[in-house]
Write a protein that binds this ligand. Structure first.
Ligand code: PLP
Ligand code: COI
Length: 353
């Protein structure tokens, strides 16, 4: 794919790395590629970062035709930059596109867009361990008419944000509230797709959790409200009686790339990992009996994040004394070791630029 590059004449500098937070600072440029049913993908361009203009009838503004991805560029100690399993994000982006009747893109073209952009924005990849350049590809329907149908025009974009930790807690345990009113998605719905609407529908419960002092909600399945699904921005894993249990992919859960990687690492560390249905009743009885030894979430933004407190109804339960557990710590060390290039990558997951 030919990419036209127009460089900014007013390059910015990165704020101090310890002040970055998550997703608040953006790099000098952004990437756009248009698509139409007649022409396919056309006009790939990198331009100075700035506002975009949309027709007021644009599909995305009315019917929510939007999907996105999240991946990171990591700075190694030798100064080089690497991505983590970018092909997995590219494949998931196409699966999300298929679900939302948005156009798919050739995998190698998308990889080329990502790598060209990151190389151009290299100076924005922060250097301290735990920080990274968060990459946000997204794609939206852009028809300038109000009929409801699969879109005939769409735009793919890529923006990037040098970021630190997603949670204010960093690697310290977060408190999570089990949500028993709203549901996120149902099987047959859009749960497995990374579409904006899933997140828009989840913020009401998120606000309720925040008011009670919890970082995010843990969703139950949308039909029986019985089985544990995932947290707002991460998949979940539990250590129960020495075994690792994580909710199976039923179609309503996002198939996390970190989840998939954690399962492989844990198995290689000698743990038994079971992907299965896990009811909230089973989880609560494991909490009460002490069989639940550790709980953590995993995701690109959240990395591996210990869960120190779980709330359900009026009850609050502390897990592992509210401290990070042994398996959580080990997993964090191995995964971040590979991502930031501090340790060798036996899996071939890193993609060096
Ligand atoms: N679940 C949800 C709802 C998410 O938004 C994310 C983040 O992308 C994840 C899980 C974790 O997925 P991944 O590990 O691919 O980032
Ligand atoms: C990610 O981990 O990349 C995500 O997309 C989570 C996000 C909704 C902040």
């Amino acid at each position: 794919m030919e990419i036209k590059i127009t460089k900014t004449t007013t390059p910015q500098t990165m704020p101090p790395e310890e002040k970055l937070g998550f997703g608040k600072v953006f790099t000098d440029h952004m990437l756009l590629v248009d698509w139409s049913k007649e022409k396919g993908w056309y006009d790939a361009r990198i331009v100075p970062f700035g506002r975009i203009s949309l027709h007021p009838a644009s599909t995305v503004l009315h019917y929510g035709a939007e999907i996105f991805e999240g991946l990171k560029a990591y700075r190694r100690e030798d100064g080089g930059v690497q991505l983590f399993r970018p092909m997995e994000n590219i494949k998931r982006m196409n699966r999300s596109a298929e679900r939302m009747s948005l156009p798919e893109m050739d995998e190698n073209d998308m990889l080329q867009l990502l790598t060209t952009f990151v190389k151009l924005e290299e100076k924005w990849v922060p250097k301290s361990f735990g920080t990274s350049l968060y990459l946000r590809p997204f794609l939206f329907g852009n028809d300038e008419a109000l009929g409801v149908h699969a879109v005939h025009n769409a735009t793919f974009m890529l923006i990037a944000s040098p970021s630190g930790s997603y949670y204010a807690e960093g690697i310290n345990p977060v408190g999570i509230m089990i949500e028993n009113e709203d549901v996120r998605t149902v099987r047959g719905g859009t749960g497995y797709a990374k579409c904006g609407g899933n997140y828009a529908a989840s913020t009401r419960a998120g606000e309720r959790a925040a008011k009670k002092g919890y970082s995010q909600v843990l969703w139950l399945d949308g039909v029986e409200r019985k089985y544990i699904e995932e947290v707002g921005a991460m998949n979940v894993m539990f250590k129960i009686n020495g075994e690792i249990v994580t909710p199976m992919l039923t179609g309503s859960i996002l198939p996390g790339i970190t989840r998939k990687s954690c399962i492989e690492v844990l198995k290689d560390l000698g743990y038994t990992v079971t992907e299965r249905l896990l009811s909230v009743d089973e989880l609560l009885s494991a909490l009460k009996s002490g069989a639940l030894e550790e709980a953590w979430g995993c995701g690109t933004a959240a990395v591996v994040s210990p869960i120190g407190k779980l709330a359900f109804g009026e009850e609050e339960y502390v897990i592992g004394g509210g401290k990070i557990g042994e398996v959580t710590q080990k997993l964090y060390d191995v995964l971040t070791g590979i991502q930031w290039g501090k340790q060798s990558d036996p899996y071939g997951w890193v993609y060096k630029l």
